[in-house]
Design a protein around this ligand. Structure first.
Ligand code: PBG
Length: 330
């Protein structure tokens, strides 16, 4: 055996030589069971509509939604999160809590068809349903009013629970939203419905394609910086997570994912509660666009990012790659 000056003392390459050896020492696994598929369901359409800025992602009608969920179930994906695209939007986002609103109708349909074969999650927010595109109710001066918005979130949570949701996922970043929703659910006989809190959610420029998917334009060219977090902060995320857990969150989320891996790692160190990360629309579309240009191997980059998100500490990943990824891993 050669050793001494000029020859390495430790040989770390030995476990990289074959695929079996690499698998043996792999520190992180990615399986279909880690994935939550975001699904858009649109009222008033009869066939799936492609979303230009999210290649391969569709706004579904109820029939095609059911078919998509059947595929996810057969691929072993344990959860889907629904986003509604209503025909009518108004100032208070009525569709979010209407028992006949599109997400409530979809939840009842999926629950009837799939029973407990898939966990049904519903995004809980007003922006898809308001004509001004904000996540809450507006004061006369156009700013978002925290406390009156909580009343609407509570109503939406109860409507989603009555329609059969397993997990509600408040994404509006109002203070006190988890406590308001927990108390409304408990008070209406839905103590078993869980809360996945979008706890550390940043005012990110990576949500652009999503807003196309749900036909949301924020009034007056505005933004969400008065309620979503400043990109520059990480300790603030830990405060958000602590607060949401104290208010009764069952699972907490960091969003976006790849640009915020440091936040995820800090979150993992902070809590042993289930932790999710949202690989958001812009993260997906950048990969698809570069791959379409032949600049990167899109599937390989997607897998690399999803594994990185798990390595950083996530238990579950919300991703538009969910179906494809489950197929790659099959
Ligand atoms: C709000 C919500 C948004 C996303 C998920 N829930 C949009 C926003 O905060 O503006 C973005 C998800 C993505 O970009 O994939 N209901």
């Amino acid at each position: 055996m050669l050793s001494g000056p000029g020859f390495p003392e430790r040989r770390l390459r030995r476990f990289r030589r074959t695929s079996a050896l690499r698998r043996l020492v792999s520190e992180t696994t990615l399986t279909p069971a880690d994935l939550i598929a975001p699904l858009f369901v649109r009222e008033g359409i009869a066939a799936p509509q492609p979303i230009g800025s999210l290649p391969g992602v569709f706004q579904f009608d109820l029939d095609s939604l059911e078919a998509e969920v059947a595929e996810l179930v057969s691929l072993g994906v344990p959860a889907a999160i629904l986003f509604g695209v209503p025909v009518n939007k108004d100032a208070v986002g009525s569709g979010a809590s209407d028992p006949d609103g599109i997400v409530q109708v979809a939840l009842r349909r999926l629950r009837d068809r799939f029973g407990d074969d898939i966990a049904l999650v519903a995004d809980l927010c007003l922006d898809e349903y308001t004509d001004h595109g904000h996540c809450g109710l507006l004061r006369p001066d156009g700013t978002v009013d925290n406390d009156s918005t909580l009343v609407r979130y509570a109503e939406a949570a109860v409507a989603q629970a009555a329609a059969g949701v397993d997990i509600v996922a408040p994404s509006g970043m109002m203070d006190g939203q988890v406590a308001a929703i927990r108390s409304a659910l408990d008070g209406s006989g839905f103590a078993d419905v869980a809360i996945l809190a979008y706890a550390a959610k940043y005012a990110s420029a990576l949500y652009g394609p999503f807003r196309d998917a749900v036909d949301v334009t924020i009034a007056g060219g505005g933004d969400r910086k008065a309620y979503q977090q400043d990109v520059a902060n990480v300790r603030e995320s830990l405060e958000e997570i602590r607060t949401d857990l104290a208010e009764g969150a069952d699972m907490v989320m960091v969003k976006p994912a790849v640009t915020y891996l440091d936040v995820l790692t800090r979150a993992r160190a902070l809590t042993d509660a289930p932790l999710a990360a949202y690989h958001v629309s812009g993260e997906y579309s950048m990969i698809k666009a570069a791959a379409a240009n032949g600049w990167i191997d899109g599937d390989a980059v997607a897998l690399e990012q999803l594994i990185a998100i798990k390595r950083a500490g996530a238990d579950a990943v919300l991703t538009y790659f969910a179906k494809e990824c489950a197929q790659w891993l099959a």
